[in-house]
Design a binder for this molecule. Structure first.
Ligand code: AMP
Length: 279
């Protein structure tokens, strides 16, 4: 597995592969890898002949220095997992390597970013879409895989590719969960055993609403009520938002008359967690 830190080395390797007619697939991550990331790598490997991963904890998408600094990191373990997943190249640039020449130029994420995560994390999606654009330009993939776990991010990346005419395809990777339902997240590592139990109410609440919808309930308010009931029964779970939205434009819905997502953000032990399910 090649380990590349410099943009110019990345460009050189990509040029060699593209000249050789390789089909490049790409999975960007912030490291501290788990089975969710590995599932995206497997999906990416199916679609391409050379597999590129990146590990970059992007400072511009964090809302507080503290959250950025506390983000879990373990490069040695990540290298091992990437190697086993058959990754051909891992790109690990420094902050300076990515942003030295930026002069504050960034991507404006547009209307899809104004609500939900964007509402509670101002500037977050501009940071995400800017770094994703930079990474796309440096890795020049034919396709990139993003997880449904971060559903609004996934939708925004799809819009980015369409709006800026990036010549690549976005593939969606389903959310990987623990056997008890908790969505895998690097941030789970910051929870105590008790916090992890508390966090379980998030997915349990989403599943309760999903079952309600499967049983024929179409009222958003009643479905949200089912989820809220489960979440509010759990001390230590502070829900920031819980909404039923149109899967395409992320507008809130009153009645489920089209493909929808139930999306949630909550704090457990000061760790911010997000999850969603298809309704
Ligand atoms: P991150 O390292 O958290 O920035 O995530 C990198 C990629 O992994 C993103 O496309 C995420 O949506 C995806 N991802 C994170 N958690 C999961 C999960 N539990 N299942 C599937 N994909 C995930």
């Amino acid at each position: 597995m090649l380990k590349i830190e410099l943009c110019q080395d990345m460009r050189r390797q990509v040029a060699i592969w593209r000249r050789a007619g390789e089909r490049l697939s790409f999975v960007p991550t912030m490291g501290y890898l788990h089975e969710g990331h590995l599932s995206l790598l497997r999906l990416a490997k199916e679609h391409g002949s050379k597999l590129i991963a990146s590990i970059f904890v992007n400072p511009t998408q964090f809302n507080s220095r503290d959250d950025f600094e506390k983000y879990p990191r373990n490069l040695a373990r990540d290298f091992d997992l990437l190697e086993k997943a058959g990754v051909d190249l891992v790109f690990l640039p420094s902050d300076n390597e990515i942003y030295a020449g930026s002069a504050g130029v960034c991507v404006e994420p547009g209307a899809l970013a104004s609500q939900h995560e964007g509402e509670f994390r101002p500037g977050h999606f501009s940071g995400v879409l800017t770094v994703v654009s930079i990474l796309f330009n440096l890795t020049q993939p034919d396709l990139a895989v993003f997880g449904e776990k971060d559903f609004q991010q996934l939708r925004l990346v799809e819009e980015l590719v369409s709006a800026l005419h990036f010549p690549l395809k976005i593939v969606r990777g389903p959310t990987m969960r623990e056997t008890d339902g908790l969505a895998l997240s690097s941030r789970n590592a910051r929870l105590t055993a008790q916090g992890r139990k508390t966090a379980l109410a998030l997915s349990a609440g989403l599943f309760a609403a999903q079952r309600g919808a499967q049983a024929g309930e179409r009222s958003a308010e009643r479905l949200l009520g089912l989820a809220r009931q489960v979440c509010s029964a759990q001390n230590g779970l502070e829900v920031e938002y819980l909404r039923l939205v149109d899967e395409a434009n992320l507008q809130t819905l009153q009645i489920i008359d089209r493909p929808a997502r139930l999306i949630v953000a909550a704090y457990v032990e000061k760790v911010r967690l997000i999850d969603n399910v298809k309704i």
